[in-house]
Design a protein around this ligand. Structure first.
Ligand code: MEV
Length: 314
């Protein structure tokens, strides 16, 4: 065991998908932003005996952790094996302000922070490729068929125009507007939502793929609207994407209600973000006062939390 004076830490942030969730799994583009208002830290300290996992979901030995944490166990084991080290005498403490199962990248952020903390603990240099491939081991277990977007966003500091399998394209969010993020308070399992669209595709390939391609086109339109700084057009693309996501079965009554509330209170556009079926929605506001009005209306309508995030250079 290495002798270290300080505990080793790894961090990651939450993420918000502006456009392109679900269709990104099928190779269409997505636009996403890191969301440092929510973040995760993993701290590794030395301890006696077997590996201890210490987090909001579980406290105890890693080897006896419940099944739903097997993605974390896999990421720890794979990282340790890649580092050619032994799995012993650690306490892994996860502290996170990213709401769990709300489409804000909680599982990816924990995996990213975990890999970073382990590499730091063993004083080994970590490349982005290694980081993402290890974190995506966890994402594959948690989500079945991840696009890789969540790991990319929770590890990064810049908005991305992301296409699965292509080099990252950092993207300047040069649009003068505010994003309001609202948490429905309902858990939404990304794995189930992704699987439900795969089933829909088996039942009706053409209809499903038309919807997926439409979401991809809307992400492209959103990119143009952002580059030209036309928030109204971005809002329209968001509204149409919400209709398509609802058609694909990944919205729900609560999300639809909050989307309507945002629109009636002046939003330029509103949609779910992330896997859906619960989780969070986002709304676009042209200015700070409208953003504050939308945020208050969303809380009145039952959102359990909201965040306001300036886009562009504001
Ligand atoms: C989940 O945050 C985003 C999805 O598009 C799944 C993925 O990209 O892996 C629903």
């Amino acid at each position: 065991m290495l002798n270290i004076a300080q505990p080793a830490t790894g961090t990651a942030n939450g993420k918000i998908i502006l456009m392109g969730e679900h269709s990104v799994v099928y190779g269409e583009p997505a636009i996403a932003i890191p969301f440092p208002a929510t973040h995760t830290q993993v701290t590794i300290t030395e301890t006696e005996g077997p590996v201890q996992l210490d987090c909001v979901y579980y406290q105890g030995n890693l080897s006896s952790a419940p099944r739903h944490l097997k993605n974390l166990i896999a990421v720890v084991e794979s990282t340790i094996s890649e580092l050619k080290q032994e799995l012993k005498d650690f306490r892994l403490t996860i502290e996170s302000t990213i709401p769990v199962e709300r489409g804000m990248g909680s599982s990816a952020a924990v995996a990213i922070a975990m890999v970073r903390a382990l590499f730091s603990y063993f004083s080994t240099e970590l490349t982005d490729d290694r980081l993402l491939s290890l974190a995506n081991i966890s994402e594959t277990i948690a989500h079945g068929n991840p696009s890789g977007l969540d790991a990319a966003m929770t590890s990064g500091r810049h908005p991305l125009y992301y296409i699965k399998g292509e080099p990252f394209a950092p993207f300047r969010l040069s649009v003068s507007a505010y994003l309001i993020v609202a948490d429905t308070g309902l858990k939404g399992q990304t794995r189930d939502a992704v699987a439900s669209i795969a089933r829909l595709k088996q039942e009706n390939k053409k209809l499903t793929m038309d919807a997926i391609h439409q979401l991809g086109d809307l992400a492209k339109q959103a990119k143009l609207a952002i580059e030209a700084n036309i928030p109204v057009k971005l809002g329209l693309a968001m509204d149409t994407a919400q209709e398509t996501l609802d058609f694909l079965g990944v919205s729900n009554d609560t999300l639809n209600r909050l989307v309507r509330t945002a629109r009636t209170n002046g939003a330029l556009g509103a949609k779910l973000t992330g896997g859906g079926r619960g989780g969070c929605m986002i709304a676009l506001a042209s200015d700070k006062d409208t953003a504050a009005r939308i945020s208050a209306a969303l809380l009145d309508a039952g959102a359990v939390n909201t965040w306001t995030h300036p886009l562009g250079d504001d």
